[in-house]
Ligand binder design. Structure first.
Ligand code: PHB
Length: 403
């Protein structure tokens, strides 16, 4: 067996536990460290599993920042009980996610599981949610089929079919016919590739080549060389959060930004977490996504300002999935009066609320998220790059659930 990478270390160490005591007011802190006997009956534990190290560490950091913000804004009391967040790092390794989920259910007796940075982590943990009847809030992972892996899964992120169909619709209306796709070689990439291609074909376009790059340690050079040779009207790209900047750099290094080949993408690529550092190559890139930090609602302006004041970096779509996931959990715990299991799950279904992204519905049938899919263009405003929204497909259900 090859040596384990540093992030694969055993996470059961108590030092890796984060309970966000630091951001809580002194009174809340005292409640959290109440005597174990008192805590037994009162504390509602939520187990949050995030990739805080490894390939998708940027997503874990974004969601952790959102949970800190939620707690700072809303406190840790729900239904007269104290909420305790147990946050653990899975190192972006699905086997670790599964083990941590099991430990949280069996040892910590959590009322809900949350987080789940990548599709394989969510899928690996789904049987634990089902067997223990523990609601599981997926705040990040975005392959359509995840919500079908357990009746206890509720999603607050988005789905790749939503994003891919959004940009394919825009492309077809804007004279783009001949395309090449480039996606990360796993679940969400397969969804992006499939739903983009289907919608292009439906609208009279073509996908002449389908390229894939590995999830871990991708080198985009061979794929970009092929794109250069084929010279499509546009290259459509899906890569998971955190890989967009490296891709853009190679795209520019190969002169593809000056080749006349348009770059179109899901918003994962023009990731708000990295956009400010991408430079001119990103200017003009059109993408579709459920969230932009530049969304113009009053609620989002406040969300971005508060998030940046607390965390010192710009929130991206992962942060919003985390913040909305906390909203769904808190409201459901209020409604169930702190009960878990089926009562808690029932109170999550059908929630309709305003989010920093716009209006969100948790579809009661599919437990998946329904929201606007925005079309955005990267522009420079006040010296910084932003995804500026200019069109939207309203209240979009997951196209993966419509067949
Ligand atoms: C996923 O693994 O489901 C995933 C991760 C990052 C993204 C989108 C999807 O940006």
């Amino acid at each position: 067996m090859p040596a384990l990478p540093p992030h694969a270390r055993d996470n059961s160490d108590m030092r890796n536990r984060r309970t966000f005591l630091a951001v809580l007011a002194p009174a809340a802190f005292a409640a959290l460290v109440a005597s174990p006997a008192q805590a037994q009956g009162e504390v509602l534990k939520i187990g949050v599993i995030l990739p805080l190290t490894g390939t998708l560490a940027s997503s874990g950091r974004q969601i952790e920042g959102a949970i800190k913000l939620w707690l700072a804004q809303h406190g840790n009391k729900v239904a007269g009980r104290t909420v305790q967040l147990i946050v653990r790092d899975d190192g972006t390794l699905p086997d670790t996610t599964r083990r941590l989920a099991q430990e949280m259910v069996v040892n910590d007796k959590v009322v809900a599981l949350a987080g789940f940075g990548i599709t394989p982590s969510a899928l690996a943990s789904a049987p634990i949610a089902t067997q223990s009847k523990t609601p599981m809030v997926v705040m990040a992972a975005a392959t359509s089929a995840i919500t079908e892996a357990s009746p206890y899964i509720v999603r607050t992120s988005f789905t790749l079919p939503q994003a891919a169909v959004g940009i394919a619709e825009w492309a077809a209306k804007n004279g783009i016919r001949k395309t090449v796709t480039l996606v990360a070689d796993y679940g969400p990439g397969f969804d992006a590739e499939k739903y983009f291609a289907e919608r292009m074909l439906l609208n009279g376009g073509q996908v002449v080549e389908k390229l894939r790059t590995p999830l871990r340690g991708p080198d985009f050079a061979p794929a970009l060389q092929k794109v250069r040779d084929i010279k499509p009207d546009a290259l459509f790209v899906f890569l998971p959060a955190g890989q967009g900047a490296a891709f853009m750099k190679q795209f520019a290094e190969r002169g593809l930004d000056k080749s006349g080949i348009r770059l179109i993408a899901t918003g994962d690529v023009t990731d708000d977490d990295q956009l400010a550092d991408m430079g001119d190559v990103a200017l003009g890139v059109v993408s579709s996504h459920h969230y932009s930090a530049a969304h113009t609602s009053a609620m989002n302006r406040k969300f971005v300002a508060d998030y940046m004041a607390l965390n010192k970096f710009r929130p991206n779509f992962m942060a919003v999935g985390g913040w909305d996931g906390m909203r769904v959990l808190y409201k459901a715990l209020e409604a169930s009066k702190g009960a878990g299991g089926d009562a808690l799950l029932a109170a999550m279904k059908g929630q309709l609320f305003e989010s920093p992204r716009g209006q969100v519905l948790i579809d009661a049938q599919t437990r998946d998220v329904v929201h606007d899919m925005h079309i955005r263009r990267v522009e420079r405003r006040d010296g910084q790059l932003w995804n500026i929204e200019f069109d939207a497909i309203k209240a979009m259900k997951d196209p993966g659930k419509l067949r």
